[in-house]
Unconditional design. Structure first.
Length: 145
């Protein structure tokens, strides 16, 4: 079940759109950090050109939106240990992404967004559905070489 709630943030509060999936946390994390997968699970992204396939702090590139517009991005933070990354799109702070381990075979995927972007929660909900479907159909995700 997808959940939308407010949560504390360093700048006040934020919305968290989350979904619990029956998949290893590392598999979910690999889908989130692999730029080749973004157009597969991200409803608002149809293409990616990036300096790194697997993101890290400072990775830059462009994402193509559904309307065909290319927007620049930069990864602001990315922690494999915490399984969390944030980015700026067109120099504007955008969504945070994280995976919370619930067990070795179960996790919660979370999108963090500013409360002023509440309308984007619907896009995040669709992305979570796609991520769950990808994880269920794959069984496990191989880390890119």
């Amino acid at each position: 079940m997808t959940r939308i709630q407010t949560a504390p943030a360093s700048h006040g509060s934020q919305l968290e759109v989350s979904h619990v999936v029956d998949a290893p946390p590392d598999d979910a994390w690999e889908l989130l950090v692999d730029t080749h997968e973004w157009p597969v699970w991200g409803p608002s992204i149809t293409g990616v050109a990036s300096t790194d396939r697997r993101i890290r702090p400072g990775t830059t590139g462009r994402v193509r939106t559904v309307g065909g517009l290319w927007l620049p991005f930069e990864i602001s933070s990315c922690s494999d240990d915490r399984r969390r990354w944030t980015w700026r799109v067109a120099r504007i702070p955008a969504t945070g992404h994280r995976v919370d381990a619930l067990s070795d075979t179960r996790c919660r995927i979370v999108f963090e967004l500013p409360t002023v972007a509440a309308g984007y929660a619907l896009v995040c909900t669709r992305a979570l559905e796609r991520l769950e479907n990808l994880l269920e159909s794959a069984g496990s995700i191989e880390s890119p070489a």
